[in-house]
Design a protein around this ligand. Structure first.
Ligand SMILES: Nc1ncnc2c1ncn2[C@@H]1O[C@H](COP(=O)(O)OP(=O)(O)OP(=O)(O)O)[C@@H](O)[C@H]1O
Ligand SMILES: [Mg+2]
Length: 264
């Protein structure tokens, strides 16, 4: 738990009343929250809750119908390179003819000036990122030939190469083995030491409950945001998932503390 964070810490990511729509139908409605620098946030909610939509809005891949996103006090767009995004694996065209090295170097593009080629410094950072994720041996391999866990590591290496202040990861724990999951969590620990803010969407409520500072519970609108023990209150869980069974059965080991009031 990150004890250094208090409500007085300035928010480095501020989301004010955003609505995001597809073809006129809102997928996220009037969502507001603030994330202090260095916080590790789990984004949870059922399928179709708008988790991926939120991440895409945070990197301006989707327009806002209303509201605003402020990063380090400036509107979205002023700090593109400081937000790294690891997409949900289904959202990636794995047939795209690029190698692992190419993908990781893409993490440096935001740091390069116009018409600049990657220099020695960029090559060093890319090599270090590949090493950190233990995929240096795969550098020349086309991404289409990788396993799911290896693909995950490539995207994490790309995110590392970007040297972000804010890292968004969409379902990095889905379909990966225990060692890739642990490598991802260790990476998050290292990033925490560097003060990087991390938002991770996951369906693993137990992980959200035990390994994150804050939980953001979504179901097309913000159901609750805050300390895991407060967010996983039965009322909130029912609002998001529409069922008591998660609460009663303790699915994934979730312990719902009924003593705390809902915290939105
Ligand atoms: N490109 C799109 N065009 C139209 N509707 C979309 C599009 N992408 C997402 N949606 C809709 O927006 C809603 C939110 O989708 P989103 O992918 O953000 O959910 P999610 O919480 O990430 O779900 P999952 O857990 O399945 O990944 C869903 O109803 C979905 O059908
Ligand atoms: Mg999704």
């Amino acid at each position: 738990m990150n004890t250094a964070i208090s409500i007085d810490t300035p928010a480095h990511l501020q989301v004010d009343n955003i609505t995001v729509s597809y073809n006129g139908t809102p997928a996220l409605r009037q969502v507001s929250f603030q994330v202090p620098q260095g916080t590790r946030v789990a984004v949870v909610g059922p399928n179709g809750a708008g988790k991926s939509t939120l991440f895409k809005a945070l990197v301006a891949l989707l327009p806002l119908r209303e509201g605003r996103i402020v990063i380090h006090g400036l509107p979205l767009g002023h700090h593109k390179e400081c937000v790294a995004y690891v997409p949900q694996r289904e959202d990636v065209d794995w047939k795209f003819p690029v190698t692992v090295m190419d993908v990781v170097m893409m993490g440096r593009y935001g740091n390069l000036g116009w018409f600049k080629w990657p220099g020695k410094h960029d090559n060093r950072i890319v090599a270090h990122s590949l090493d950190q994720m233990k995929i240096a041996n795969l550098a020349r391999v086309p991404i289409g030939e990788l396993s799911g866990g290896q693909q995950q590591r490539v995207f994490l290496a790309r995110a590392l190469a970007q040297e972000p202040h804010i890292l968004l990861m969409d379902e990095p724990f889905t379909g990966v083995d225990a060692s890739t999951q642990e490598a991802t969590l260790q990476l998050l620990d290292r990033l925490r030491e560097e003060g990087v803010t991390v938002m991770v969407s996951t369906h693993d409520l137990n992980l959200a409950n035990t390994r994150f500072d804050q939980v953001l519970l979504l179901n097309r609108q913000l159901i609750a945001y805050g300390d895991p023990t407060r967010v996983f209150h039965s009322e909130n869980v029912v609002k998001a998932f529409g069922t008591h069974s998660l609460v009663l059965n303790g699915t994934n080991g979730i312990v719902v503390d009924d003593c705390c009031p809902p915290d939105v």
